[in-house]
Every structure is written in C-alpha cells, then in structure tokens.
Design a protein around this ligand. Structure first.
Ligand SMILES: O=C(O)CCC(=O)C(=O)O
Ligand SMILES: [Mn+2]
Length: 299
C-alpha cells in the first residue's frame, strides 16, 4: 500500500487488490505482500491504492529497457497497467500459472494448444517452399534434428559455421515469410512472460522423430540478446533440459507437451538448454514427431 493512501483508499485498495489478484496474480505466480504490494513474475511489482490509480515499479534497478514499458524512474502509468490486466482478463480462465524456471525464464503450459491446428496449417505453406533438411555442423556432423526456417532470417549451419542468412541455401531464394498466426502467438506468449512488443525476425522450425536429440547449447548467434527466445512445442512430448550459464551447470528436466511454450530472456537469455532423445509415441495431430518453433530476433 502506498503511504499516500487514506483509509478510504485503503478499503478501495483491498478490494482492488483482491479483484486483480483474482484476475491475474495466480496466473503469474505472484504474491501480495503485507502492505498490498504485489510481485508479478520475475521483475514487476505494483503498489495499489485504487483500482485505476496505482504504480508499477521494477524490482531490478538495472532493468532500464524493461519489456514492460517503465519510464526512466521506474514508474509506469495506470494505462500501461490496465493493458496488462486486460491481457490477463482476455486469456483463458483455465490457463495455468507460468512455471518459473529461472529469473526471466518460464513455461507457459498449453499456451499454443488452442492455436495448434492453425499453426500447423500455416506451416504447410512454409514447408512447401522450404522443406526440412538435415544440416551439417561446423565439425562435419549431420544434425539429427531436421530444420527449416521462415522469417527475414534463417538459422543455418554448415562446415563454415553457425549463422543467420536471408537466403535458403537449398533453394537460393529468401526464406518464406513467417505466417501471421505464428507471429501473433510468439508476441502473445512473450507478452504473457513479461516481454512486451516482441517482433521476431527469425523462426527456426525443428522436427524431431523418436531418437532425435539436441545437445546442450546457448542461443547466441543473434545480434540482439535484449529480445527473448520463444519456443513452442507441438506433437510428441519431449524432455527439455534447462541449465545455467555454463555447460557444466546442473540442468532442470522439463517435460514439454503439445502446446507448451517456453520463454527465456533477460538474465536467462544465454542459459544452456537442449532436448533429450525423443521417445517413441503417437500424437493425434502430428503422428510420430515433435515440431518445435523457435522465435528469435536475429538482427
Ligand atoms: O526443440 C526445442 O525445444 C529447443 C530448440 C532449440 O533450442 C533451438 O532451436 O535452438
Ligand atoms: Mn536453442
């Protein structure tokens, strides 16, 4: 509660806090402290003294270009906060709270489930222009994950190294544009994780079949680490490894199901991660495969 609040405001505040708590606090795994301040996710806190009149502050002094529109003194307007509340009000009431993996990193369970059929239909057009292929690592090894890209930039690897390029080396043409439903989903997931205005220019499409794995790595070929990584899982379940800033750090094992979205950015942007060999199974939409969409800002 702000020191500015009168006792009437305090009552309004308590009502507001309860109402907002019902709307979004539980979804973002937040707590109200004894004074009515709320912690939303890893970086936000809010002091409420009236439903339409409150401040949002950042827990981290360093967070100048925070993805939540704070001004220089770390204070946002009620309007911006209302946008956040609207975002949560418009989402599905049954949505689970994000699972926090580390500061800046979380799993949004089922965030893409309702859109999965639309996403897969849109992907068909991309795959017709840029089919899956097994790229080769700089060390000369064929990757077990089949990959392709859409967006202005595509991630590629060959004997000369890992990089982003505008042109599909297999076709000699630009990568196909990222379909609008994919861009919308990526932006929505990023916003829900606290990274507003995420506009990816690269979408790597990974296909796993049973036995396929992706070894521990950092996503570090991008020019812009201020933008998060948004990673969408479709099809068969996978065990995602989420580690620390060094390859040798211990990893969390996170089972990712169809529709789950992992978002990591900020302090977590360069954490090591990977995928254990996919187990055999059958998925109603995708059969014996898992498709992963990884959205990033490359340039
Ligand atoms: O398939 C996944 O879940 C992770 C993919 C990934 O880390 C990548 O494409 O860089
Ligand atoms: Mn990665």
């Amino acid at each position: 509660m702000s020191a500015r609040a009168s006792s009437a405001d305090r009552v309004a505040s308590e009502n507001a806090a309860q109402r907002i708590a019902m709307i979004d606090w539980r979804r973002v795994a937040a707590d109200l402290d004894a004074e009515g301040n709320a912690v939303i996710g890893p970086v936000w806190d809010i002091s409420i003294w009236d439903i339409s009149n409150f401040e949002i502050g950042c827990n981290e002094r360093r967070c100048k270009n925070a993805p939540h529109g704070l001004n220089k003194s770390g204070v946002s307007t009620a309007g911006q906060v209302r946008m956040t509340i609207d975002l949560f009000e418009s989402s599905d009431d049954t949505m689970a709270p994000p699972e926090i993996l580390a500061p800046g990193a979380m799993v949004l369970r089922g965030h893409a489930t309702a859109d999965a059929a639309t996403l897969l239909a849109a992907l068909d057009g991309v795959l017709a222009q840029a089919p899956f292929r097994h790229m080769v690592t700089p060390g000369g090894f064929r990757m077990s994950v089949a990959m392709t890209n859409c967006g202005a930039y595509g991630w590629i690897t060959d004997k000369t190294g890992y990089r982003y390029g505008r042109v599909d080396p297999d076709s000699g043409r630009d990568w196909p544009p990222t379909p609008a439903p994919l861009l919308r989903l990526a932006a929505r997931a990023a916003a829900q994780a606290g990274y507003s205005e995420f506009v990816p220019d690269a979408c790597l499409i990974n296909r796993y079949v049973p036995g396929t794995r992706l070894s521990l790595h950092q996503d570090k070929d991008e020019a812009d680490f201020t933008a998060p990584v948004v990673s969408v899982s479709l099809g068969l379940p996978a065990i995602f490894l989420f580690g620390g800033m060094r390859r040798a750090d211990t990893t969390q094992r996170v089972t990712l199901l169809h529709g789950d979205v992992v978002v990591w950015g900020g302090a977590a942007r360069l954490r090591y991660h990977g995928v254990l060999p996919l187990k055999a199974g059958h998925h109603a939409l995708l059969g014996e495969q898992r498709i992963n969409l990884t959205f990033r800002k490359a340039a």
